[in-house]
Design a protein around this ligand. Structure first.
Ligand code: SF4
Length: 300
């Protein structure tokens, strides 16, 4: 069977020419076919060879697997919504030899049946994407907010504590406080929040919004670190008109790892949301984090 490999994944196993700027740890592969999810911020329905700003290329999976297993620490299967796609995830996962762990990234309209993936993948990424119900309803008109929260909880019961990763996109109109409150709610449910920055792509930027303010994004990353490291809870944080205010003690925790891509172990998603030549929202490695620049950005 054929699957799509992200450009960086294809370069690492020698299928595409290129000079990687980062030694990618996770191989991102995507199911082929039309997606009927209808999320308004996604380029996939308009260009089935792209996800976010990344181009993807079709290869034979069986031939690629030995190269993937010997070059990466993890595989992440990006799914497209169509009938019977849970069976296709199982088919893809079952072709691997169990030598590296497998994540799956999905958004389901109904979560009955997610238990069928147990034993095939160790981590499940679920796209809530939006931190507020009205934003969710605007951007994901074919999905249901309550059913997605139900799915997050149900998947956690099946796959275990912090083995469910909730994808969230910053920059869709929510406040810092709403995003940070969502982190806390998820973390209390033993679900790990994973943050993306909104990536406007030509012609799908349907609401005329640009990428999020990077200074605000850094503050949200910082709060994510404080919550997921159990240093501070949302209820103990201070906000002014939706914007978080850090105190002197909070600032003492500043370090490179706070600004890394966070999600499954080894998930690095290099340059998924941004060109390497522009502002980096999620850094793929600690070596690439410019901490002195970030200190200036967030005024610490
Ligand atoms: S956190 Fe990364 S590896 Fe895990 S499901 Fe999401 S994109 Fe895939």
């Amino acid at each position: 069977m054929n699957v799509l490999l992200s450009l960086g994944s294809a370069v690492k196993i020698g299928y595409k020419k290129g000079t990687p700027l980062h030694d990618q740890k996770t191989c991102y592969l995507m199911m082929e076919g039309e997606c009927n999810a209808g999320c308004l911020y996604c380029i996939r329905p308009k260009d089935k060879n792209k996800l976010s700003r990344i181009p993807w290329y079709s290869y034979n999976l069986e031939k690629a697997i030995p190269k993937i297993e010997s070059n990466f620490e993890r595989v992440c299967i990006q799914t497209v919504n169509h009938s019977n796609f849970l069976s296709e995830i199982k088919e893809i996962a079952s072709k691997f030899s169990n030598s590296i762990p497998i994540s799956v990234s999905l958004s389901l309209k109904e979560y009955n049946g997610i238990e069928n993936l147990y034993g095939y993948v160790d981590k499940v990424g679920i796209g809530l994407d939006c931190a507020r119900k009205d934003i969710f309803q605007n951007f994901k008109p074919y999905y249901n907010w309550d059913k997605t929260w139900f799915g997050l909880k149900k998947a956690t019961e099946i796959f275990g504590d912090y083995n469910v990763i909730c994808h969230l996109i910053s920059g869709l109109g929510e406040t810092e406080e709403e995003m940070i409150n969502t982190f806390q709610k998820l973390y209390d449910l033993k679900i790990y929040p994973s943050l993306f920055s909104f990536t406007p792509v030509s012609k799908v930027d349907c609401f005329g919004i640009g990428p999020p303010d990077v200074v605000s994004y850094r503050r949200i990353q910082y709060a994510h670190y404080l919550i997921t490291s159990k240093i501070k809870r949302y209820e103990d944080m201070t906000f002014n008109k939706g914007r978080i205010i850090f105190d002197e003690k909070d600032k003492s925790y500043l370090k490179e790892e706070i600004f890394l891509t966070r999600g499954c172990p080894s998930c690095d998603r290099p340059f998924y949301n941004e060109s390497p030549r522009t502002i980096i929202y999620n850094y793929p490695s600690t070596e690439s984090v410019n901490l002195s620049r970030i200190k200036k950005e967030i005024g610490i």
